[in-house]
Design a protein around this ligand. Structure first.
Ligand SMILES: *Cc1c(COP(=O)(O)O)cnc(C)c1O
Length: 378
């Protein structure tokens, strides 16, 4: 059993993907070919925002967002303590200071009440200027943007949506990647919409930000590539990746988001009476980058993982370490506090095999393994 089955997906889409790759290799338009702009237009239309600016990966997408928002020295940027490293890494990369915030136990996403407390702490402390929030759509579920937007407006903060795992999610009729002043995603192969290498994109409705993002993406270009008006990055999406994504986006829109939600529903029905299953609030849609259980203790989690491994069922621990406990952030005084929920989650989460191509047999095999584990413990 695969944790995320990219092989089956490729076999299903092979004819179209191979044809698209050959079109690029035949035309030899490897950089900035027409497929890149076509994809950007299709992605912007799908998300329902004015601008999509593709780039080299999801981390660059976040860095580009920080650059366009003018985040730098002396700025505090609020980041959840339970996420992938990139969400916080990009803040010091542009000279700012990440201020970590605890998360909600049921949704894994940034806790709006804790966010407000942290903003007040930074204001009281007086050393840093609150500047922006990075809200992460962890495991495919959009963060609580209704509350986060109110807080951002109240304190005049910019909002970055890190939807690296959230592409395809929704709140009501609004799509993930539309909730931030600037939103970002990743096309790393295992993300909900993945390419065959590294890739990413930035989304915004703001014309000025879009102009800045397009400049920062290519060496701070002005009118052309050899007119450089600011210091930027070299962060383009390759034409081959864009061509692959154009095919995969069709499958994503047509059935993958629906199918992965059917898999989640089946897991939840089979497991909800024996273990803490993921919570999707009313009106939210997840794109299920992960299906993550919460176990009763660190011991129980580790035992279950070992038990399932014996049955050839792969599982993963996302994430074993809090952001604030990473050595890279070790001398950050503002983060020397406790984040009780994030700490607990790091010890008790376990992610199950999850992708749109999972068969009923595999879903049942996983659920059966978990049932047997708890039966054996009784
Ligand atoms: C994967 C990921 C990123 C970074 O994306 P890359 O394309 O790997 O650089 C950023 N944030 C989150 C939450 C992620 O899961």
């Amino acid at each position: 059993m695969q944790f995320r089955d990219l092989k089956t997906q490729y076999q299903k889409l092979k004819t179209d993907i191979d044809k698209s790759i050959i079109e690029v290799t035949t035309a030899c338009n490897f950089i900035s070919g027409k497929q890149v702009q076509e994809l950007e237009e299709e992605l912007a239309a799908y998300v329902g925002v004015k601008h999509c600016i593709s780039c080299a990966n999801g981390t660059d997408a976040l860095q580009l967002a920080c650059m366009a928002l003018g985040i730098g020295e002396g700025d505090a940027v609020f980041v959840p303590d339970f996420t992938f490293f990139s969400s916080g890494e990009i803040v010091p990369l542009v000279g700012g200071t990440p201020v970590f915030v605890d998360v909600k136990e049921d949704t894994f996403n940034i806790d709006p009440d804790a966010l407000k407390v942290r903003i007040e702490e930074v204001i009281k402390d007086g050393n840093l200027k609150p500047k922006a929030i990075v809200a992460v759509d962890l495991f495919g579920l959009p963060a609580d943007y209704e509350k986060i937007r109110v807080i951002a407006d109240e304190y005049n903060l910019k909002l970055i949506e890190d939807a690296a795992q959230g592409f395809g999610g929704k709140i009501g009729d609004s799509a993930a990647c539309s909730f931030g002043d600037i939103s970002t995603t990743s096309f790393f192969p295992a993300k909900p919409l993945g390419c065959y290498g590294d890739g990413g994109a930035v989304f915004t409705d703001d014309d000025e930000y879009a102009k800045l993002l397009r400049s920062y993406r290519i060496h701070g270009k002005g009118d052309n590539k050899y007119d450089n008006v600011r210091i930027g990055l070299n962060s383009r999406l390759d034409t081959i990746q864009a061509a692959i994504l154009k095919v995969k986006l069709e499958a994503f829109k047509e059935y993958e988001v629906d199918d992965v939600n059917k898999v989640a529903e089946k897991y939840t029905n089979l497991l909800k009476d024996i273990v803490n299953v993921p919570v999707v609030p009313e009106g939210y849609l997840s794109s299920w980058a992960q299906y993550t259980l919460r176990l009763g203790s660190e011991n129980e989690r580790n035992e279950l993982q070992a038990f399932l491994k014996e049955r050839d069922i792969p599982t993963m621990i996302y994430y074993p370490k809090q952001m604030s406990k990473q050595d890279a952030f070790a001398n950050s005084e503002i983060n020397l506090c406790e984040f009780k929920v994030a700490e607990k989650l790091c010890k008790t989460v376990l992610s199950l095999p999850m992708h749109p191509y999972m068969t009923d047999d595999d879903i049942e095999k996983v659920a059966c393994g978990i049932k047997d584990f708890f039966e054996a413990k009784k």
